[in-house]
Design a protein around this ligand. Sequence first.
Ligand code: DX5
Ligand code: ZN
Length: 214
Amino acid sequence: MAKISPSVLTADFLELKSVLKEFEDAGVDMLHLDVMDGIFVPNISFGVPLIKSVREHTNLPIDTHLMIDRPHRYIEEFAKVSDYLGFHYEAGSPVKETLLKIRELGCKACLTIKPATPAEAIFEYLPYCDMVLVMSVEPGFGGQKFMPSSLEKVEKIKAEAEKRDLNLEIEIDGGINEETARLAVKAGATVLVAGNYVFSAQDKKEKVKEIKAL
Ligand code: DX5
Ligand code: ZN
């Protein structure tokens, strides 16, 4: 059974308290928080203060996805409010050191790759990761179309993790709906991020259940 990590990027932030309750009732596994700086990606979202408030109102694990330039500069602050903390391979930070720092600060370390980055680029870092996030859209915005090329990358990362006997979660993010979720799970994804698909539904609980059952 896949885990689900709904992204609150498309939520009405003034409604977050009730959204969190809905997600808890629906049995989601964690909450995906998309941090964007307007430099690494062409969009600005939110930072530590919002995540801190979310954390104070839920017991769900916080899965922070940093889409910021040179993220090592902010790891300590985000680690205080996160359970899973992920950053981009392409963002200009020393990869191994940053992953180790995240673990040292008590979070699960997650390395993320953009659609143009091959899976092989991060093989050497897998031993320092608790989770790998494969982007299935260009990071920056919710509501984009799923890129099928991400599936092969999930397969390759899964195979490499098995070869090295690593216990690794593989998360996929962008354009997830019932159909693409099915393909992602088949390829080896264990954590599914879903934004628009869940938020556009009348009944979020039903959508979450549908995806979780895959
Ligand atoms: C995009 C973000 C995603 C996004 C997913 O940069 O990383 O987490 O919110 O949204 P959907 O599911 O709508 O593609
Ligand atoms: Zn994300």
